[in-house]
Design a binder for this molecule. Structure first.
Ligand code: NAD
Length: 374
């Protein structure tokens, strides 16, 4: 196992650490920068809510570290503030909506609101969201559905930039990191189980965070431009040469392909296929299936059965090297409790990239730094 800062290439430079930052401060930083892109106060808040919640759940890949990309894309006209969702089709349980390259945080929120309304009326809804900018951490949308008492499944593709994931057997990148997510709600409106994952072995943002912190990525997740295994994320993150491997060999790779097919091709979204011009922005398309579990019968016995499955699996003695058996969603819940109490760790490079993004919008970097450091 490589130590931080000692990857084989010797090029990874380990960086010093900063004190943790309280979520409220990160929220102020994020909403100030998003507002400076021209977003309304509602949109700036929605984006900041989402990014900071990603940090709190432990997914720094999808937290405030996304702001430099968002600012770059806004400045290039590839992310458009203050978009309103356009309903393209409305047939029975099916809704097809277009996000007009708007902030994914508002486009997906509004798409899930429409879907939840429909699912509560009909028992289920199938929502195709095309052409949103980055919809971020997909678990956030499953949590929104769970808060309405709904089971949800989400198949997502990523387009408009070069591919990042090498499917099984490929020596170069052919797909985005295409996330998949599924959740089942409990009686309290929180997910009892929430599986939310990139179909690449790790999300691209995790390679970015590793690169910024100066630590290697785990073995077996990354190949270089020649298709050889590497743990050094520097070249991949800086030049996008190389690829993350699909998780789970041929099975994860198959799911990644279905995220492309269901998340985009089925709903008329932009796929990663090369006949689509890639402008180096981020376009997510997402197929969401929302189901009211009450349509299948007794909610209480459904929840009791889910709990029995959880208890049964968790009762297994942890395998060597494991402290405990966790369920999908447990790591995020644990991170949320810890980071709400202790603040969010941000590495200096990520913070200075965020401040530079703010400066490119004429915000004073010293003022921005005061938001998080005073
Ligand atoms: P991850 O590998 O950290 O976790 C994936 C899933 O595994 C989670 O549901 C987690 O609860 C579960 N898990 C983790 N450790 C576990 C353990 N020890 N036992 C049991 N379950 C465990 O996540 P990831 O694949 O790196 O994805 C990170 C985030 O990136 C996700 O929120 C995803 O939605 C997001 N993402 C978004 C996009 C986009 O374009 N919008 C693209 C890719 C990924």
């Amino acid at each position: 196992m490589l130590r931080a800062g000692t990857a084989q290439s010797g090029r990874i430079q380990e960086c010093p650490t900063l004190p943790n930052i309280a979520a409220e401060r990160l929220h102020r930083l994020a909403s100030t920068i998003v507002a400076a892109t021209g977003s309304s106060p509602d949109e700036a808040k929605a984006v900041a809510d989402h990014l900071v919640m990603s940090n709190l759940t432990g997914h720094d890949s999808h937290g405030v570290g996304m702001l430099p990309d968002y600012v770059k894309n806004c400045r290039a006209g590839l992310l458009v503030p203050n978009q309103t969702l356009k309903v393209l089709r409305d047939v029975g349980a099916v809704l097809l909506v277009d996000g007009g390259r708007g902030f994914g945080q508002t486009m997906a929120r509004d798409a899930m609101r429409l879907g939840a309304e429909r699912a509560k009326k009909l028992g289920c809804a199938v929502v195709g969201l095309r052409n949103a900018s980055h919809v971020g951490r997909i678990g956030f949308w499953a949590e929104q559905c769970a808060a309405e008492g709904l089971v949800s499944l989400h198949f997502v593709n990523v387009a408009d930039h070069d591919p990042l994931q090498a499917p099984f057997g490929c020596s170069d990148a052919r797909l985005g990191t295409n996330p998949f997510c599924v959740a089942v709600p409990g009686a309290d409106g929180k997910p009892m189980l929430l599986l939310d994952m990139a179909t690449s072995a790790i999300a691209f943002g995790k390679a970015r965070v590793a690169r910024n912190k100066g630590v290697p990525v785990p073995d077996g997740v990354l190949i270089d431009a020649e298709g050889r295994p590497t743990t050094d994320p520097t070249t991949y993150v800086d030049t996008r040469k190389g690829a993350l491997l699909s998780f789970g060999l041929h099975k994860g790779s198959g799911l990644a392909i279905f995220c492309e097919v269901l998340g985009a091709a089925l709903i008329g979204g932009q796929t990663i296929a090369p006949h689509h011009e890639r402008l180096d922005g981020i376009v997510n398309s997402m197929l969401s299936l929302l189901v009211d579990p009450a349509v299948f019968g007794d909610l209480e016995s459904m929840r009791a059965e889910v709990q029995a499955v959880i208890d049964w699996v968790k009762a297994s003695p942890p395998a060597p090297g494991f402290e405990a058996v966790l369920m999908p969603g447990d790591p995020e819940n644990l991170a949320r409790a810890k980071r709400a109490a202790e603040g969010v760790p941000i590495d200096p490079k990520s913070l200075s990239d965020i401040l530079a993004a703010g400066a490119s919008l004429e915000l004073d970097p010293a003022e921005l730094r005061r938001i998080v450091e005073d």
